[in-house]
Design a protein around this ligand. Structure first.
Ligand SMILES: Cc1ncc(COP(=O)(O)O)c(C=O)c1O
Length: 166
């Protein structure tokens, strides 16, 4: 049973006293859960977003285009890098960023796009990446919400693989 497996591993971690890094984090990082080339364990979704933006080279003075319909950590992670969030409205059919509205918000300061996948519905990644490629932008889309993660990773190809890696 899954609960027993999880409890057993949690007990091992508690008994080891090692709550940062260590063997268990290494196992997750190397498990290739998303089919990505590299995996880095972090403490929460907010840090995952922030670190992904840093890996994309986002910094002070840059603009990152994102959706306003999301958890506050999305815009917060952009602000933490010193960049400015630029909001693009959502598609009322999917509640995700409307790709067709992105181009009008791109300026010479735009560095990256940060779509969010909500309610188990992936954002339109093929179209978003097409737009990013046309404008030489990075796409960062960590799948931070555990409730949505499994569904998104089970897409073919997994949503995660359609992000442009830094
Ligand atoms: C879309 C989204 N991004 C980021 C986060 C932040 O994750 P955490 O609370 O683990 O920092 C959440 C949390 O609910 C989220 O829903």
């Amino acid at each position: 049973m899954l609960q027993e497996e999880i409890t057993a591993v949690l007990n091992e971690v508690i008994a080891s006293g090692q709550f940062i890094l260590g063997e268990h984090v290494k196992l997750v990082e190397e498990a290739n859960l998303c089919g990505a080339k590299y995996g880095i364990g972090v403490g929460n979704g907010s840090d995952a977003l922030y670190l992904a933006l840093l890996a994309c080279g986002v910094g002070p003075g840059d603009e990152v285009i994102t959706t306003p319909f999301t958890f506050f950590a999305t815009a917060g992670s952009i602000v933490r890098t010193g960049a400015n969030p630029v909001f693009v409205d959502i598609d009322p059919k999917t509640y995700n960023i409307d790709p067709e509205l992105i181009a009008s918000k791109i300026t010479s300061q735009t560095k990256a796009l940060l779509p969010v996948h909500l309610y188990e519905q992936p954002a339109e990644m093929d179209r978003i990446i097409e737009i990013a490629d046309q404008h030489n932008l990075k796409v960062s889309c960590p799948i931070s919400d555990p409730l949505h993660r499994q569904k998104l990773l089970s897409c073919q190809p997994p949503v995660h693989n359609r992000c442009q890696r830094p």
